[in-house]
Ligand binder design. Sequence first.
Ligand SMILES: Cc1ncc(COP(=O)(O)O)c(C=O)c1O
Length: 435
Amino acid sequence: MTDAGALARVLPATARVNGRGHLEVGGCDLVELARTYGTPLYVYDEATVRARCRAFTSAMGDRGEVLYSAKAFASPAFLRLVASEGLGLDVVSAGELHLARVAGYAGDRLHLLGNNKALEDVAAAWEARATLVIDGFHEFDLLRRVVPAGHRIRCQVRVSPGVRPRTHDFIATGQLDSKFGFSIEAGAARAAVERALGHDRVELVGLHSHIGSQIFELAGYVAAMEILLDLMVELRRDLGFEPERLSAGGGLGIAYTRDDAPPSPERFVETLWGALEGGAARRGLRVPRLLVEPGRAIAGPAGVALYTVGAIKEIAGVRTYVAVDGGMGDNIRPKLYAARYEAILASDPEGEVGGPVTIVGKYCESTDVLVVDARLPRLRPGDVICLPGAGAYCLAMASNYNGMPRPAVVMVNEGRARLIRRRETVQDLLATEVL
Ligand SMILES: Cc1ncc(COP(=O)(O)O)c(C=O)c1O
């Protein structure tokens, strides 16, 4: 790569330049993969997924549990891999719960979250015997309709600690003005716990919080933990309630560009544990089991997106547009969060870079831009471009906008590639249409 050391941090762990001078991941040549499976193509590196899972689970040890947040990427083959590493799972709908069951997840490893659960979501959680993370007073009514008299469903109450982490505004979820969680500051958290304790279908086992996503500054978690511990003091004093489990959510950031330097999973877990254990000791509280639920930090670094270059439009003195065969339909993040990416020429990752180019998609929107001012060798139609850090919240949010079928996905490991999701066809576009 032009700047091999710096780009290593955004690529999967097994990425290297092979004897042909091509970029390879998991022992598979990315140019070959593009040829075999077509593009756009998403490639997941099994070794990186496993390494990321292990970084969290070994840091956690037996002090708590690591759940993978399925919303980041929920293909059953991927979930099976995560399950084989011993992670539990958090899901946000009956649909994700179904994918988890297909992947073989036992209900007791599942947590169902969501700020507006439908009756079907709560029913699916009950049927699976999953833990329900309550996020609104209306759920208490749903629970009475779903859970038979004489039975209780394991629940946690999601609270909002009022901390605003330094991240993109649109992905900060813990502040007061948020649709997620019962606000501690406004007294709703205490009221929800009281209601849960008095509910004959609820077994209240813990609290839950999640302060945001793509977070690099762990101080926000420490601040949130202090607020949660103060709440626990109040709940013990007033309601006699002490949580067995405390979920601190997910949100650990990953490197998308060479300038990003996120904390490691180990530091994330240790910081949370230190804040929990130390804060509980200072307040004379029993230390609950710690739960964390990373999504992006597991799936994100393991995935790369491959695109083929098509039209190239040079506007002298202004900009060169390089159009690829995907875009906002498979990766909405640049448009949604102003997300930034690196771009690498798969056939010549170490080639000498030319002037900056803007990589755009093929969708009928001016804002369908993947990378602004990418630094790449001179490109020609047919070249394969690799976008690292594409494993989370890309395909998970993919659409069929403009009648575009969604990409295929392969999992690579030790020189073998395995199709885990076939490319959609135009026939798939008609699957739900009533003609
Ligand atoms: C409640 C909850 N937990 C976990 C996550 C996972 O976040 P991330 O993928 O940033 O780790 C999210 C993301 O939105 C979330 O809302």
